[in-house]
Design a protein around this ligand. Sequence first.
Ligand code: NDP
Ligand code: MG
Length: 391
Amino acid sequence: MRKKKNVLIFGSTGSIGKNTIEVLSNLKDYKISGIAFSSNISEGLKQINKFNIKNVCVFDEVKRSEIKGFLKSVKLFPPRVEGLCEMIDKVEADILMLAISGSVGLIPLFNAIGKIKRICIANKEPVVMAGDIIKVEALNKGSEIIPVDSEPSAVFQILNGFDVSNVKKIYLTASGGPFYNYYGDFSLIKPSQAIKHPRWKMGEKISVDSATLMNKGLELIEIKNMFSVDVSMIDIVIHPQSIIHSAVEFCDGSLMAQMSYPDMKIPIQYSLTWPNRMESVGKKLNIFEISKLEFYRPDFDRFKSLKLAFMCAKKGGVYPTILNASNEVAVEMFLNGMIKFNEIIEVVDKVLSMYCENKNKKVTIEDIIEIDSWAREKTSQIASLIIKERR
Ligand code: NDP
Ligand code: MG
């Protein structure tokens, strides 16, 4: 009998995590060896019982103590990042699905490199912050980094293991989010409106990022880092149908696009089974039902997040970390009703302009962690000033 592949899922109760579990339930050669989540105990318990999961980490300390009494013959790991790292060290895993949200994934990701053979990354924030370093580490230590996010997955599927030497252009597609055709007052947009994406059902943070188009900005940097291409080779394209998940133009004039119904189960499964393809539970595209595919240049003036992301991608160094950290804090403040929708990008812009670059320095992971805290602190300060002025 063939040995099943053990999969460790970080962020099992989230949108990507639940889709991963659905995909795995239909693949016979894989089994879940452990899960980690933050605080959704009822969903976590359902998963533990249904799939007989033996290793669990509950990131939130209070929630962890609440779940303790319900677990029999399950190893409960410590909370926080230490628990995630300990899971990587101690739980048998051939694959890690990194599907937590935000920069908190950075340290566990680093810890997993060299210890787990395949790391499937949905959690784009660490790749934005430290993609270059992650790639080198993975190459040196023999781990495969496979993208899950639909756009990098599209590029990965098109390149199919070939390098980018014959690539002329990467077209990174964007649905435009819920407000692309909204010409009203952005300051009046409420969190409940911003988290409703027209095509994808996702976690709150990425939904707000999709509404500001910062998600596309982060993906620009994610693709630049993951495939080691110059940012001038990437064009963002508004494609409202979300059928083409990205396209690659080669030097001979051939342009290849990856198309599918917008269902994350498809790129999730590919990241797990690559280089093989298997029957999928993802919804299939009926080509006869596509009446049109549209492509537009994005409006950089109404969606300044894109300008900021291009600027940070070009500058490199710690700029993407500042963009990401400041955005993460600003989005949380927006979701908590502290700042307005339009202020998210205003605050990020101000924080970026406060940073004085040290051009000659090679960026280390320690620098990234330090700058991440700096940007978080500055974002809170600037947002507090905005809130004060409004009173
Ligand atoms: P969700 O908010 O739906 O889920 C996040 C998951 O991570 C939940 O299980 C949550 O637990 C858990 N979590 C949060 N913080 C921690 C932590 N510190 N330690 C352990 N677990 C934690 O997010 P999504 O699934 O939408 O997104 C996850 C990542 O994937 C993001 O980086 C996003 O950008 C990326 N992505 C998502 C896509 C999508 O379609 N959703 C598409 C492409 C990329 P709990 O539920 O208990 O709070
Ligand atoms: Mg995406």
